[in-house]
Design a binder for this molecule. Structure first.
Ligand code: FE
Length: 135
């Protein structure tokens, strides 16, 4: 019960834009997100449930206008699913815990993974840390 209550409280605190991206699979305008140019060390968490999603160590500048990562912190912390909307076949990235929409993953990323996790800033909370301890 306490857990459900907490997530309900969290939902109330979401902005309209966060709600549109996370629950209606919207996309923030490119080059507008607050995490795009963030180069601090830390962890990016799901804005809805707090699940740890990405590390600053895997963030790179893709030039697309959205925060981009080569991989999630742990494979199981995100889920991938087919997205056939807009006449395209893309792989949608959702939170592994709460299913919030995060963005999409593409196969044009840098080595070694070759992946580009293209993620909306508004779907992420950033937690600064000195190192990767606590992952
Ligand atoms: Fe989540």
């Amino acid at each position: 019960m306490e857990k459900a209550y907490k997530s309900e409280e969290k939902l109330k605190n979401l902005t309209l834009e966060q709600y549109e991206v996370c629950f209606l699979k919207g996309t923030e305008a490119p080059f507008t997100g607050k995490h795009l140019y963030n180069k601090e060390k830390g962890i990016y968490k799901c804005v809805v449930c707090g699940n740890k999603l990405f590390s600053s160590e895997d963030k790179f500048d893709s030039g697309t206008g959205w925060p981009s990562f080569t991989k999630p912190i742990k494979e199981k912390n995100v889920k991938l699913q087919d997205d056939l909307s807009h006449g395209m076949h893309r792989m949608e990235v959702v939170c592994g815990k709460c299913n919030a929409h995060l963005g999409h993953v593409f196969n044009d990323g840098p080595k070694p993974t070759g992946k580009r996790y293209c993620i909306n800033s508004v779907a992420l909370d950033f937690e600064e840390s000195e190192n990767r301890a606590g992952i």
